[in-house]
Design a protein around this ligand. Structure first.
Ligand code: NAD
Length: 358
């Protein structure tokens, strides 16, 4: 297989796992890295033997680069992706697609108008855990899915994160930070969401770091959402930074003839558990697919292969835009006391081949 050249913008925390995993993918080569902080770019280039450490401008101007991997902070995802598209590059961006709905829409539409691809995280749904769940649903193990529950409950990030402030500013919060994992998993198992509603609250006006520094909270930190799928199924999704402990599952899908317990969608592996209506206990289901360890980057590898093979890619902009619109829709519904109808639709991405090797 020929290889596409990838230029990385953003050499922070998450870049390490991408640079590690991308060394092994047959469809791409990490050709250049860049960051506003050139020391970070040079350090990553050296550590991973990347040929070029560029400024962002140099990277965008290099015609050898086919795909920009945008690993910058959420606040500039939209802007950096648009610059890359204007420079004629395909783009794969960390989550979320953008902060505002308008920027997300602009990125998706610009790519389509230019005949370029946009893909985006999360790609955990391509891991063995959720691929197994999708296969069980498709093969009818729980019958028609009629409902689902999904919970991300935490006490926030200030106790452990070195730079927690942005989590409590616009674009942060539990929904925008963790919602993409839960929503992507739900959509890839259950399809398009047609409308959402919900309530969002700010339980504490400020948070406190372990050193006693106070952080003002500008966004809701407990969001209870309700999703109506086109299929007729209904799901609840709660994301919270306001819980000191809970006994809730991550995701459960309730079908006409059984229940599926879905693993943490922020991971690639299991366990996957299943219970038929006549059974009293859940039992573990062996995983049908590979990529069960931290495989961040397989969505990018699938997109690179899709460009080479001229086929649709799985972690695509219809999916990432649908996720962004649902997250905004729940907040809008809460503010305005109504249901929010979604404009976007998605095709559920095709299952990977069980023996797939990127
Ligand atoms: N850290 C994690 O565990 C984690 C996990 C999953 C997803 N993510 C996502 O990955 C993305 C990056 O997160 P991170 O933790 O690596 O953040 P980070 O702050 O460690 O790194 C971001 C990097 O982007 C650079 N940058 C910012 N604006 C830029 C610009 N305009 N041009 C070029 N470089 C720019 C910064 O200098 C920094 O080096 C976020 O979208 C985050 O949601 C992070």
């Amino acid at each position: 297989m020929s290889k596409l050249k990838v230029g990385v913008i953003g050499c922070g925390n998450i870049s390490t796992i991408y640079l590690t995993n991308c060394q092994h993918f047959q469809s791409l080569e990490i050709y250049a890295v860049s960051d506003l902080d050139m020391d970070k770019a040079r350090a990553k280039a050296e550590e991973f033997s990347v040929p070029k450490a560029y400024t962002v401008e140099e990277l965008l101007a290099d015609e050898a680069i086919d795909i920009v991997l945008n690993l910058t902070i959420p606040a500039v995802h939209g802007e950096v992706s648009l610059q890359a598209l204007e420079a004629g590059k395909h783009v794969y961006v960390e989550k979320p697609l953008a902060i505002s709905l308008e920027d997300g829409r602009k990125v998706a539409e610009t790519a389509k108008a230019k005949g370029l691809k946009v893909g985006g995280a999360p790609d955990t749904f391509l891991g063995g855990g959720i691929q197994t769940c999708i296969k069980l649903v498709e093969d009818g193990w729980i019958g028609r899915p009629v409902a689902a529950n999904a919970f991300f409950m935490s006490s926030g990030v200030e106790a452990w994160h070195p730079n927690p402030d942005f989590f409590y500013q616009v674009g942060g919060g539990p929904m925008f930070d963790m919602g993409p994992y839960y929503l992507t998993a739900l959509i890839t198992m259950m399809g398009t969401v047609k409308r959402v509603t919900g309530s969002a609250s700010t339980s504490f006006e400020e948070r406190e770091t372990p050193t006693g520094r106070k952080i003002p909270v500008a966004i809701p930190t407990h969001i209870a959402g309700v999703l109506d799928f086109e299929s007729g199924a209904v799901a609840s999704l709660v994301t919270s930074f306001d819980s000191w402990g809970n006994n809730l599952p991550r995701i459960e899908i309730y079908g006409e003839t059984g229940t599926l317990s879905v693993p943490d969608p922020n991971t690639f592996g299991g366990p996957v558990k299943f219970r038929r209506k006549e059974e009293k206990e859940f039992h573990d289901v062996p995983l049908t697919h590979g990529y069960t360890e931290n495989s961040r980057g397989i969505g990018l590898a699938d997109m690179a292969e899709s460009i080479i093979e001229d086929r649709p890619h799985r972690a695509n902009s219809d999916l990432t835009f649908h996720v962004l619109e649902i997250m905004h829709g729940i907040h809008i519904a809460s503010n305005e006391g109504r249901h929010y109808p979604l404009e976007g639709t998605v095709q559920r991405p095709e299952l990977l081949d069980m023996h797939k090797k990127f």
